[in-house]
Design a protein around this ligand. Structure first.
Ligand code: PEP
Ligand code: MG
Length: 566
């Protein structure tokens, strides 16, 4: 029995065999030549055989997969037998290139061609690149990249997951996630919460646990036990028989009726439809950059109108907060951000890209206004990474110019939290991006597992800044009541933690926006306290001297968390 301590980022206690995420397939050497005994025909036949094997493997996996994972596996299998790809590789083999390099190059050429066609074709780019890597792995006897295949449910161990891994992660097979890297705001954490999978990140050495070893994980305490004992077995069993979460009834409120609308974070029309089905009262964050990740050209106004319209359509008459492109750092967009910046998280990202690429933001606002005009959703627009009142004022002017009447800002930079009164005198609302606010307050990269304990929204300094933002908003409202109440929402991952959600409501936060999966847990726990109790818990959390102390005090006062396995 061996215990590894990490950071629990998605609640749940599960036990199962581990499977390791293989490392990415290395790029074949560009200078390598075919072996001395090989022939052009022989190499082409070997390539065809490898492609067939990849296709067969993908089809086999698609048979047992479900939902999105099945669709992606089917589409990728089709790509593996695409004659265009093999023909392009054949040309390189004819020219004397080594076979693995030939398919690598061919993959890049086909991907570039699909990208240039745009639309549906451009969306297939990732499939081609994936198939290419799989064929190279097959040719070189390496493990296939991506989520490993398995006939039994397993706990996935990895260094860290990338957004692209989401597509083939089948929640019926993967019952838990453990990564050695990543913090509470990492992609793995966000993915785990959106799928409702128990997860621990920042668990050193977790990616080296032998395949098949039995592991236990507790997604609340962050404990991972390799070869667990009776105690862990009993804990997992107790979790499996927990009371089921009540379905969210569509109104976030404390037990005495103080309403805190529960909204959803989405990245596409499809997400928005799922959020509406889960009962979200609106959208608190549409990450527009998610609509265009991987693009190396600016999306056209028409493309943008279609992408945003699909989200507005899912929430007729409801509030939809759309965020302008937040490119940079962990979300690079080649047409906006400079990949060579030495310190991208502190660089030209978010709203700041308008300094160096003027026009993109104005065109985006034009597209948002056009999409809003075609739907009944109540559209609010906010800019990411605002640091000063001047930036807020400039953004409000741009919104007014586009005919958008509800300008707001994200509060992600400590400077904005401290200046919230001045900022909210210029715009109508603020939304706390606690993922970035935590990373900037604690000066700790949100992707780094080794800093995960600093990167915790329960950190007292972060809670103080949230409280300061709410207080500043109240002062801005009091100074100019005619301009309406300046509301403050939270759309970072903090809002999805039911215990922290109670604290935020107690601090006076007006709305909470989260992955739709979290709605029922947050709704239930919020509904288990009165507003006075929430205020008292907020006061206790604010008085704590450490993140652990704040979390422990608050959790001990919310017995429903344990009953629901949260
Ligand atoms: C945040 O920083 O909390 C946020 C919601 O933005 P993102 O996670 O997209 O950076
Ligand atoms: Mg952010």
């Amino acid at each position: 029995m061996r215990t590894i301590q990490g950071i629990g980022v998605s609640a749940g206690r599960v036990l199962g065999p581990s499977r390791r995420m293989p490392p990415p397939v290395p790029e074949p050497d560009a200078e390598a030549k075919p072996g001395p005994d090989s022939t052009v025909d022989g190499e082409k036949a070997r390539l065809k055989e490898a492609a067939e094997a990849v296709r067969g493997d993908l089809l086999h996996r698609a048979e047992t997969a479900s939902g999105d994972a099945k669709a992606v596996l089917d589409a990728t299998a089709m790509m593996a037998s695409d004659p265009m790809l093999l023909k392009a590789a054949g040309k390189h083999i004819n020219a004397g290139m080594a076979t693995d390099r030939a398919i690598w190059e061919a993959g890049m050429e086909v991907a570039a061609m699909l990208q240039s066609l745009g639309g549906y074709m451009a969306e297939r780019t990732q499939d081609v690149l994936d198939v290419r890597s799989r064929i190279v792995a097959e040719l070189n006897g390496l493990p296939a990249p991506g989520i490993p295949a398995s006939d039994v449910p397993f706990i996935l161990t990895a260094v860290e997951l990338a957004p692209a891994d989401t597509a083939t992660l089948d929640p019926a097979m993967v019952i838990g996630l453990v990564t050695s890297e990543g913090g509470p705001q990492s992609h793995t954490a966000i993915l785990a919460r959106s799928l409702g999978l128990p997860a621990v990140v920042g668990a050193p050495g977790a990616d080296e646990v032998a395949d098949e070893a039995e592991i236990y994980l507790d997604g609340t305490s962050g404990t991972v036990v390799v070869e667990p004992g009776d105690e862990e077995r009993a804990a997992a069993q107790k979790y499996a028989s927990r009371s089921s979460l009540p379905v969210f009834n569509g109104t976030g409120a404390t037990s005495d009726g103080h309403q805190v609308p529960l909204l959803a974070n989405v990245g596409s029309g499809k997400d928005a439809r799922a959020a509406a089905e889960a009962g979200a009262e609106g959208i608190g964050l549409l990450r527009t950059e998610f609509c265009f990740l991987g693009r190396d050209t600016e999306p056209t106004i028409e493309e943008q109108v279609a992408a945003y319209g699909a989200v507005f359509e899912a929430f007729p008459g409801r509030k939809v907060v759309i965020r302008t492109l937040d490119a940079g750092a962990d979300k690079p967009l080649p047409f906006l951000t400079d990949a060579t910046e030495p310190n991208p998280a502190l660089g030209v990202r978010g709203y700041r890209t308008d300094y160096v690429s003027p026009g993109v933001l104005a065109r985006q606002l034009e597209a948002i206004a056009a999409a809003a005009g075609a739907h009944t959703a109540d559209v609010w627009v906010m800019a990411p990474m605002i640091s000063t009142a001047e930036e807020a004022a400039d953004f409000a002017v741009m919104c007014a110019g586009a005919g958008l009447g509800m300008p707001g800002v994200m509060v992600e930079v400590p400077a904005a939290a401290l200046m919230s009164e001045a900022i909210l005198s210029r715009v109508r609302f603020a939304s706390l991006g606690t993922n970035d606010l935590t990373q900037y307050t604690m000066a700790s990269d949100r992707q780094l597992g080794s800093l995960a304990s600093l990167n915790d929204p329960w950190q007292p300094a972060v809670l103080q800044l949230i409280s300061a933002t709410v207080a500043g908003a109240a002062r801005a409202t009091a100074l100019e009541p005619a301009a309406g109440t300046r509301t403050v929402g939270v759309c970072g991952e903090a809002a999805a933690d039911p215990a922290l959600a109670v604290v935020l409501a107690g601090m006076g936060v007006n709305t909470l926006s989260m992955t739709p999966r979290a709605l029922s847990g947050v709704g239930a726990v919020l509904g288990s306290v009165t507003l006075e109790e929430a205020k008292e818990l907020a006061a206790r959390a604010l008085a704590a001297h450490s993140a652990a102390e704040a979390r422990t005090i608050v959790r001990s006062r919310l017995p429903l968390l344990e009953q629901l396995g949260l």
